[in-house]
Design a protein around this ligand. Structure first.
Ligand code: ZN
Length: 309
């Protein structure tokens, strides 16, 4: 059976990360000259042939050089068979300006929702976006304030002034479906598309287990008490560098006290209603997040009776 985590977007990669190559300077120098590149204009990957089923965001090194890609800031993503693949920024054109050569910069959320690339390329795009974003925001040492330098092909930043090493971060977020018998709890934030309801979610705090974070977030946002927690699956979420950890929580109370600072509306939905939502046939016109989102997969498993405590 396919691993549950593989059902969500950003969870497949055609690359072998080949971490053993990251500190091999001679190999890296040659690979940068001959490799292939995901090129980013700010936080948006560049594409050629947009609107075509073969929309392609992977460029040869010759194109990377022609577009002035900053290869000194290139991050090694991994190997596609025998070909090294990197991510590198090009000089930013800004939101209102188009990149050169009829190329198009497209935001990562749209790429995933519209399925502009195959699933096996979404993983490397997520990896690239999170890594380039981290480098763009960590030019100075958090320990002493001096400028830091990229090393290990992008997987470390080193501070020559104080000797500290800094590593790319991943922020764990719990996203959970509280379940009470045949019902599950869904809510919507003001920023959601009108009509969309999703699972509750929140950052795991320092010193907290995943189970504790699930119970705390559900309690804070809805007033519902959860006892048992079961892991469902995980999803890299490159906005900018989260790991979504999807769980079910067994609710022991039903009454809702919604946190109105975060939640616009929320209520219990029966399994039948969730099935209607997934088919876009709910009588109220409410619907779930898109298929690439892990919340969609939590709901699909709930309807299929996969919920296990
Ligand atoms: Zn330092």
């Amino acid at each position: 059976m396919q691993e549950r985590s593989k059902r969500s977007g950003f969870s497949h990669s055609l690359l072998d990360r080949a971490a053993e190559r990251r500190c091999d300077a001679a190999w890296l120098a040659a690979a940068l000259d001959n490799g292939r590149y995901l090129l980013f204009d700010g936080d948006r990957p560049l594409f050629r042939s947009v609107g075509n089923p073969t929309a392609d965001p992977v460029f040869p090194a010759t194109d990377a050089r022609r577009l002035d890609a900053d290869t000194a800031r290139a991050v090694f993503l991994g190997m596609e068979n025998d070909t090294p693949v990197f991510a590198a920024p090009i000089p930013s054109t800004g939101e209102d300006e188009e990149p050169p050569d009829n190329l198009k910069a497209i935001d990562v959320r749209s790429i995933a929702i519209q399925g502009l690339v195959g699933p096996e390329l979404l993983g490397p795009i997520a990896q690239a976006k999170s890594m380039l974003d981290w480098h763009a925001r960590h030019g100075f040492c958090a320990n002493c304030g001096a400028p830091t330098e990229m090393s290990d092909a992008g997987y470390r930043r080193h501070c020559a002034a104080c000797g500290a090493s800094h590593f790319p971060r991943t922020d764990p977020v719990v996203i959970m479906l509280a379940i009470n018998g045949e019902d599950c709890l869904l809510a919507r934030a003001p920023r959601f598309q009108p009509g969309m309801f999703s699972a509750l979610a929140g950052f795991v705090e320092p010193g907290e287990t995943i189970e504790e974070a699930v119970r705390r977030e559900v309690r804070e946002e809805s007033g519902v008490v959860v006892d048992r927690v079961a892991y469902h699956s995980s999803q890299p979420w490159p906005f900018p560098s989260s790991l979504m950890i999807a769980c079910y929580g067994r609710a022991t109370t039903q009454e809702l006290t919604l946190d109105r600072s975060e939640i616009e509306d929320g209520r219990w939905f029966s399994r039948t209603e969730v099935a209607e939502m997934l088919n876009h046939r709910h009588p109220d016109g409410v619907f779930p997040p898109p298929q690439m989102a892990i919340a969609h997969q939590l709901l699909t498993s709930f309807v299929a009776g996969e919920t296990i405590f």
